[in-house]
Each structure stands twice: as C-alpha cells, then as structure tokens.
Design a protein around this ligand. Structure first.
Ligand SMILES: [Zn+2]
Length: 209
C-alpha cells in the first residue's frame, strides 16, 4: 500500500468514525502498515480534528515512530502503542477510538482487569470467531500519560492473551486491530456494537460490585 492510498483510506475511516461519535474532536488515531521490512507505518498526526481530516495529516513513520518525510503535524504519543500492537500481534492496521460505551465499560470493569462478552451473534464479526457461543475477553489497562508504560503493559497482555481482538484503556477508549485495514475497521464496528449492547443491557440490571 502506498502512503497516498493509505492516507485516503485513513481519512475516509476517520471521518466515518467521527460521524458515528467514536472519534469526536481530536480524539483517537488510526494506523496501517505500509511495509514490513523495514517497517513503515502510515498514522494520523497528533491533535487533528477527526471531522476535518486531510490526507496531508497522515504521517509515514518507522519502527521507532520517527517521521520519514515532511508532513503536517507530528506523531501522537499513542503511536508507541500502535507500534507495540503491530510488533506483538503482527497486525496490519490498528484503530484507537474514544467512544462513550468503551469509556463507560472500561471504568466499570477496571477493578476486575476486564470482562467477557459471550453469546452475541455479532461476535462472529471478529476474525476467527464462528459461533455466538464464543467467549471474548476484553482486558482493561489503567490509563497512563506515559505511553511507554502502557505499551509495556500491552506487551505483557499480548503474551498472556494471544487471541484477543481488542483492549480498553480505563476512562479513555479502545484499541483494536486486524490483519489489514478492512479487518481492523470491521473490528471497530463489531466491538463498538458489542460494547453498546453490553453496556445498555447491564444498565437494565445494574450489578454493583
Ligand atoms: Zn486516546
């Protein structure tokens, strides 16, 4: 994938996710692998308004998050976590959203380290899942402004749970990924649906712990 193609796709996805309230204001970031060896990644620049994105705001970075060519803006601190997901899981694309439901559920379930989603037909939209009886673990990491700490925690998490499709950061949002851009974007839709369904269902029968 060329940087120009990646930029067009990331702008399209970011604009769509903004419209659906998953990346409001300057929140969230999206990335896609351009080449593996050496690693080159296209990623949204820091602090850009997701409702007014432009292809010039998509940066090309290397495996350390260093910009490879001039562009508008600089890489977000959250770039480190994108690179960790790409390295640890071998993901081809990483999506980070800040929706209301992922924020609420990450807060509610943080004390337990996460929660399971099971029994929902929509789980079949996750790569490798073929039945609604699947039990998906959604881990919750504590939020931290030091992204190197968060990236190290994610690395430990991936070593222990290689089959997860996403993770939450407490009172912050969600990271999900996929082998390519289409799969990662689908995982955003599926997980955001599931989070809202689980959150709304839970509100009908509050389980205060
Ligand atoms: Zn964020």
């Amino acid at each position: 994938m060329t940087l120009a193609d990646a930029a067009e796709e990331l702008v399209r996805l970011g604009t769509d996710f903004h419209r659906r309230s998953w990346m409001l204001g300057t929140s969230g970031n999206l990335s896609v692998v351009l080449a593996r060896d050496p690693l080159r990644v296209a990623i949204t620049a820091s602090s850009i308004d997701k409702g007014r994105m432009h292809p010039r705001q998509i940066l090309e970075i290397d495996n350390q998050g260093v910009m490879m060519r001039a562009a508008e803006g600089k890489p977000s601190a959250e770039t480190l976590l994108h690179l960790e997901v790409i390295r640890s899981i071998g993901a081809g694309a990483v999506m980070h959203t800040h929706s209301v439901w992922t924020t609420v559920l990450s807060d509610y379930h943080h004390a337990n380290g996460g929660f399971h989603i099971e029994g929902y037909e929509m789980l079949k939209g996750l790569e490798g899942v073929h039945t609604h009886e699947h039990r998906e673990w959604i881990p919750v990491l504590d939020n931290n402004q030091d992204m190197s700490i968060l990236a190290a925690q994610a690395q430990e998490l991936f070593a222990a749970h290689s089959n997860i499709h996403g993770l939450l950061v407490r009172r912050h949002g969600m990271y999900t990924w996929g082998k390519d851009l289409a799969t990662a974007a689908r995982h955003v839709e599926i997980l955001e649906f599931l989070m809202e369904a689980v959150g709304r269902r839970q509100m009908m029968e509050p389980q205060f712990s």
